[in-house]
Design a protein around this ligand. Structure first.
Ligand SMILES: N[C@@H](CCC(=O)N[C@@H](CS)C(=O)NCC(=O)O)C(=O)O
Length: 209
């Protein structure tokens, strides 16, 4: 296969790239390379071969070049598929989609930090103010999308894909978080989005232990 994606089955950032690849019709050209990354347990082979930051995803392309992070990879795939499909070229829409994407991406970052806080950090060292602050960022972002449903209109773009990956990750890691109640328009939009093959084929699962 032409490209290799360093991958983990639960990462929202990896999922974003996989959804983008399916939407663009490029997924059959990408081989998935299972890659274990855990903060505090450096995967030195991966750091040397692919991404010195030891984060997934990274994408190895034909000439041996390795691309990261998820946003750069999605932009690369969009260009490879002809350009302007997930990131509009038209300037007015382009900056709006990129800004909406930055919001959804920041929400994914907060959600992953929360996961590390509870999964990796010893209980006695957890800081509730910091945890609440991450949740507040996620909640503010959800509210913003609820109040700006023009951002959720077709065609599916990079911001919407990233938001879909975030919502899937919230359901996966924080099933008790009742985000649908507070943001019903967003919930209705996500119920439709998640029926797309690109989301159905990439539901998050735990990595093998
Ligand atoms: N900005 C990066 C974030 C990637 C990221 O944080 N991935 C997590 C997995 S969900 C990771 O690799 N964590 C390992 C670490 O931070 O050491 C992107 O968009 O690709």
């Amino acid at each position: 296969m032409a490209m290799k994606l360093y991958f983990g089955p639960s990462s929202p950032f990896v999922r974003k790239v996989r959804i983008a690849a399916i939407e663009l019709g490029l997924d059959k050209e990408i081989e998935l390379i299972p890659t274990a990354v855990v903060p505090g347990k450096p995967n030195t082979d991966y750091a040397r071969e692919a991404n010195p930051l030891r984060r997934i995803p990274a994408l190895s392309i034909e000439d041996g070049e390795v691309l990261y992070d998820s946003t750069v990879i999605c932009e690369y795939l969009d260009v490879r598929a002809g350009g302007g499909r997930l990131i509009p070229q038209d300037t007015a829409r382009r900056w709006r989609v990129l800004t909406n994407h930055a919001l959804a991406q920041g929400m994914c970052e907060a959600a992953v930090l929360l996961r590390y806080e509870t999964w990796l950090r010893p209980e006695a060292q957890r800081w509730s103010v910091w945890i609440d602050d991450q949740w507040d960022k996620i909640d503010s972002g959800l509210e913003w999308f609820e109040n700006h449903d023009e951002a959720l209109q077709e065609p599916v773009d990079l911001a919407q894909i990233t938001l879909g990956a975030l919502l899937g990750y919230l359901d996966f890691r924080s099933p008790d978080k009742d985000w649908r109640q507070a943001t019903p328009k967003l919930a209705a939009w996500y119920a439709t989005l998640r029926e797309r093959p690109s989301l159905r084929e990439t539901e998050p699962v735990n990595p093998p232990t």
